[in-house]
Design a protein around this ligand. Structure first.
Ligand SMILES: *Cc1c(COP(=O)(O)O)cnc(C)c1O
Length: 382
């Protein structure tokens, strides 16, 4: 591993080798199971890596017009057979023509939406395949904010709201019920999904199992996933799609920041040139504690610091971390595993600079692919 002490901070560094390892594992799942794996742009949209990603994955899933455009422009140019799937909780009249034009699959959230747009979509793009998102009403998602099947969920159609008339128009059905989960959680969802909906599978071309499959995490039961998909495909004679976001970007890189100031107010406080609120949003939303390289829990090593961001939000705190040696102003701090669900969600809150984006190549070079400045802040405002 290169010494990153010269990098201008803050900067996300995606390690090509680790990304490719994830892609190879996902390709293995595709080959062995016969499923198609597409990238959920919501979790990972570093399009400078798409020359690589598009060699392995079969396309992208997007949550609306802008992600679909990115998929079409930046993914399909490297893989003309790549598929663009587009889902939104609700589509807008003014977007639907363009979405229809550039999407291979369009997934509606409710029978209402399907009935409203099906004809227009087919007029614009007769080849577009249509699907309805199902809510199987089973999920063991660890956090409510990331549970698509929680009580009163707006995401997907429940059995009660299912209208058999949709079967005349849909080519497949989708569900998305998992978050960072192993294959046992998928099995539970499939039991409920099949019990409620398998009577409608006749004539369908595909079932999309959504995302949340933590395939690239150590300990994920890849072989069992492959078996489940093979059994499902054989039982119902359908194609299966998986659309992971997190599993693509999982442990493929880090956010590097610098210590700007250190002082004591009851505890040692270190201020960094990054922000939990603006650059590591899940540390506050999930919430969770990002790992910091060469650190321990508070009090575990000799010198403990509370890491805070460079904004005026009182709660802009990454957590408490301990080190063997005292930190100094100017030291670099590395937050591990900061490539998924980070820069896709970043804001310019407080006008603080967005972290640069870089790729650490397999040959040891560091390509800074994007730097941000004042204009990015100003252009969002008026
Ligand atoms: C968020 C999302 C995904 C990707 O989920 P991950 O947890 O990142 O794998 C896939 N499909 C849909 C419909 C989603 O909303």
């Amino acid at each position: 591993m290169q010494d990153f002490s010269e990098v201008n901070t803050p900067c996300y560094i995606c390690e090509e080798e680790f990304l490719e390892n994830n892609l190879k594992l996902l390709e293995y799942v595709q080959k062995q199971s016969g499923a198609k794996v597409i990238l959920a742009l919501k979790g990972f949209a570093m399009w400078s890596t798409f020359p690589l990603v598009s060699q392995y994955l079969k396309g992208c899933t997007s949550s609306g017009l802008h992600e679909a455009l990115l998929a079409r422009e930046e993914f399909c140019k490297f893989n003309p057979h790549a598929e663009v799937h587009t889902y939104s909780p609700a589509f807008k009249d003014e977007d639907i023509d363009e979405i229809a034009k550039i999407s291979d699959h369009i997934v509606f959230n409710s029978p209402n939406q399907l009935f409203k747009f099906k004809e227009r979509v087919k007029e614009i793009n007769p080849h577009a395949e249509l699907s309805l998102r199902i809510n199987p009403e089973v999920s063991s998602s660890p956090k409510d904010i990331y549970n698509p099947c929680g009580i009163y969920s707006r995401l997907g159609t429940t059995l009660e709201n299912f209208d058999e008339k949709v079967l005349e128009y849909v080519d497949g059905l989708n569900f998305h019920a998992l978050c960072e989960q192993n294959v046992d959680a998928l099995e539970e969802v499939l039991i409920a999904f099949e019990e409620k909906f398998s009577k409608y599978f006749t004539g369908l071309k595909y079932i999309n199992f959504g995302g949340g499959h933590h395939i690239t995490r150590k300990g994920y039961d890849v072989e069992k996933l492959i078996q489940i998909i093979k059994d499902f495909r054989a039982k119902y004679n359908v194609d299966v799609y998986l659309e992971p976001g997190e599993a693509v970007g999982w442990e493929t890189g880090f956010l590097i920041a610098s210590v700007l100031d250190i002082f004591k107010n009851g505890i040692n406080v270190a201020i960094l040139d990054t922000s939990a609120e603006a650059h590591m949003p899940d540390t506050l939303a999930m919430p969770y504690r990002a790992a910091v390289r060469n650190s321990g829990e508070a009090g575990e090593k000799k010198y403990t610091y509370r890491f805070g961001g460079n904004t005026c939000l009182a709660g802009d705190i990454m957590g408490d971390y301990s080190f063997d040696e005292p930190l100094k102003i100017g030291d670099k701090v590395i937050f591990e595993d900061q490539i998924h669900y980070t820069f896709v969600k970043n804001t310019t809150f407080n006008g603080i600079k967005l972290p640069s984006l870089a790729i650490y190549r397999k040959n040891g070079t560091l390509d800074v692919v994007k730097e941000f400045g004042y204009k990015d802040y100003k252009n969002k405002l008026s």
